[in-house]
Design a protein around this ligand. Structure first.
Ligand SMILES: *[C@@H]1O[C@H](CO)[C@@H](O)[C@H](O)[C@H]1NC(C)=O
Ligand SMILES: *[C@@H]1O[C@H](CO)[C@@H](O)[C@H](O)[C@H]1NC(C)=O
Ligand SMILES: *[C@@H]1O[C@H](CO)[C@@H](O)[C@H](O)[C@H]1NC(C)=O
Length: 234
C-alpha cells in the first residue's frame, strides 16, 4: 500500500516522516499533485530530489527524519535536523494531494508519517527480510512465543474515528479503516488484495456502496471514497 493522502495543503500543515533505507537505490518517495510531482531518490549516499537537489547525506540502516512544508505559497522546503533545501513550486504548495511510497523502489522502511498532529501512516517496509522487520515490531509482538507464529500474524489497524452529523452521510476514507499488513513481511499481502466483510453493522445507520447497502467492500472502494456511512438520524 503506497498512497498516503494528505488532508490539507503543505502550506497549512507540514508532513514529517522517517526514512530508514537498507539499500541506497531508486526513487522510493513521490509527492504527487495534478500539475507537478516531486520524487525523492536515494543514490550515492544522498537523498535528493528529481531535480538533483541534495536533501541530505544518508547511510544504509540510518534513519533520516524529513519535514516537508511550504514556507511561502510557492516555496517548498524539505528539512532534516541538519539542513534545509528549498524548491520553488506553487503547484505542490497549493495542490499536493498525496505522498506515494513506491514499494518496489523502497528498500527499507518509511515510518511515523504525520501531517501536523495527524498520523497518516505508522510504518511501511518493503524489500526487507523478515528478520529485519521483526526487530522493529512492537514489544507485544516480539515477546510472543516463536512456536506460535500464527498468533503474531495479525493485521494492525490504524482506524481514525469517523465524524458525521445526525442524519448526515460521509464517505469512509482509508484512514478510517486501514489494515496495515506491511509491517510483517511474512504476510506478503498488499492492501490492494484486501477485501472486507462486515460482521456487525452500524447501530445508527447504514453502509452504502454506490448508494446501495452493502456488507462487503474492497480497499479500492475506500480509496475512491465509494463507501459511504449514512446516519439514520436516531
Ligand atoms: C503525478 O502523479 C499522479 C499519480 O501517478 C498522476 O495522476 C499525475 O498526473 C502526475 N502529475 C504529473 C504532473 O505528472
Ligand atoms: C496459537 O495462538 C492461537 C491464538 O492465540 C491459539 O488459538 C492457538 O491455540 C495457539 N496454538 C498453539 C500451538 O499454541
Ligand atoms: C510475495 O508474493 C509475490 C507475488 O505473489 C511473490 O512474487 C514474492 O516472491 C513473494 N515474496 C515473498 C518474500 O514470499
Amino acid at each position: 500500500m503506497g498512497v498516503i493522502p494528505l488532508f490539507t495543503g503543505l502550506l497549512f500543515a507540514s508532513v514529517r516522516l522517517d526514512l530508514t533505507p537498507t539499500k541506497l537505490d531508486g526513487n522510493p518517495l513521490h509527492l504527487l499533485s495534478p500539475s507537478r510531482n516531486l520524487t525523492l531518490s536515494l543514490v550515492g549516499g544522498k537523498a535528493q530530489t528529481a531535480d538533483s537537489i541534495p536533501v541530505a547525506s544518508l547511510e544504509e540502516g540510518e534513519t533520516l527524519s524529513l519535514t516537508i512544508r511550504c514556507v511561502t505559497p510557492s516555496t517548498l522546503q524539505i528539512a532534516t535536523s541538519e539542513s534545509a533545501t528549498v524548491i520553488q513550486s506553487a503547484a505542490l504548495c497549493s495542490s499536493a494531494e498525496s505522498l506515494y511510497v513506491d514499494e518496489e523502489a523502497l528498500f527499507g522502511c518509511v515510518s511515523n508519517v504525520y501531517q501536523g498532529q495527524v498520523l497518516l501512516m505508522e510504518r511501511l517496509c518493503s524489500n526487507v527480510s523478515p528478520t529485519e522487520t521483526s526487530t522493529s515490531r512492537n514489544h507485544d509482538e516480539t515477546t510472543e512465543s516463536e512456536e506460535n507464529e500464527s498468533s503474531s500474524r495479525q493485521p494492525v489497524y490504524v482506524a481514525e474515528p469517523l465524524e458525521v452529523n445526525e442524519g448526515g452521510s460521509v464517505p469512509l476514507q482509508w484512514r478510517n479503516v486501514y489494515v496495515f499488513t506491511d509491517h510483517d513481511a511474512r504476510l506478503n499481502v498488499s492492501n490492494k488484495d484486501v477485501s472486507f466483510s462486515l460482521l456487525d453493522g452500524p447501530l445508527h445507520g447504514s453502509l452504502l456502496l454506490h448508494d446501495r447497502p452493502t456488507a462487503t467492500f474492497t480497499y479500492a472502494d475506500l480509496l475512491v471514497r465509494s463507501l459511504v456511512y449514512r446516519h439514520d438520524g436516531s
